[in-house]
Design a protein around this ligand. Structure first.
Ligand SMILES: C[S@@+](CC[C@H](N)C(=O)[O-])C[C@H]1O[C@@H](n2cnc3c(N)ncnc32)[C@H](O)[C@@H]1O
Length: 249
């Protein structure tokens, strides 16, 4: 199992918390006697999670910091660490993993989730995979258009640890012990129609700005057709493979 094994009273640091996965759920697991430190280099995400915390999560603190610069002086500040879909984006993986290990108590577990291969990810294939032929220049971010030819071998990108064993190898190299890794098939569920999911993606990706005006309608049609293959009963259920790895400090 790759769970960080945290429970009531534990102190947990979540790295790359984004909008709060899993920091907000961890807050419930550790209870009022515990602490969750939700960390992210982006001030926008930190502010969003802080806003949620103000709505009733008294034991959650937010810290703006990258993995390499976690601002905790004492070794052993935390019982466990989590990082959900963030480790692929560390500029320096060894430094980030090493810093996380340093803030864990001896024996504390850090658990990481990363994307598996693109071919097994309907979210990526329905968006960037469909958009790739429409783009003049490849985008290396968000899992789609970047290719091995356009990226340095260890560049931050969503598929950085898609190769089985690569994330656990990075953990071992940086001194973690009792390292475990598994892949899992999960369903990413959008609680709405294919049309609303497409609209959301258009908003966050700003893909239309990157595609010639005369090709936009065709792109939108192709994205919708792909998403509709996964739509049923008012939701869109996109299968994906994820890599889960963990190790002890
Ligand atoms: C795909 S989001 C995942 C957010 C959240 N954990 C989730 O699962 O929804 C990746 C996150 O990693 C953060 N990130 C990027 N580089 C980072 C770094 N060097 N150290 C820590 N977090 C980083 C980003 O700011 C972003 O919030």
């Amino acid at each position: 199992m790759t769970r960080p094994e945290c429970g009531p009273g534990d102190a947990v640091v979540d790295i790359g918390c984004g909008s709060g996965i899993p920091a907000l759920a961890l807050d419930e697991a550790v209870g009022t006697a515990g602490l969750v430190a939700a960390t992210d280099p982006s001030p926008i995400f930190v502010a969003a999670v802080a806003e949620n915390a103000r709505l009733g999560l008294a034991n959650l603190e937010t810290v703006q910091a990258s993995a390499t610069r976690l601002p905790y002086a004492a070794a052993g500040s935390f019982d466990a660490a989590t990082c959900h879909m963030g480790v692929m984006f560390f500029e320096d993986v060894a430094a980030g993993l090493g810093r996380i290990r340093a803030v864990l108590r001896s024996g504390g577990r850090a658990a990481f989730a990363a994307w598996g291969p693109d071919a097994e990810n309907a979210l990526f294939s329905s968006f960037w995979g469909v958009a790739r032929p429409y783009l003049a220049a490849a985008s290396p971010t968000e899992g789609g258009a970047g290719t091995a030819q356009t990226l340095a071998p260890d560049a931050p990108e969503p598929r950085r640890f898609a190769e089985p064993g690569s994330l656990s190898a990075a953990l071992r190299t940086t001194g973690y012990v009792d390292v475990r890794e598994e892949t899992r098939q999960v369903d990413l569920v959008w609680p709405g129609t294919a049309e609303t999911l497409r609209a959301f993606w258009l908003q966050i990706s700003r893909i239309e700005e990157q595609v010639a005006a005369e090709r936009r309608e065709a792109l939108l049609g192709d994205v919708l057709a792909s998403l509709r293959r996964y739509a049923a009963g008012g939701t869109v259920c996109l299968p994906a493979t994820v890599v889960l790895a963990s190790g002890r400090a």
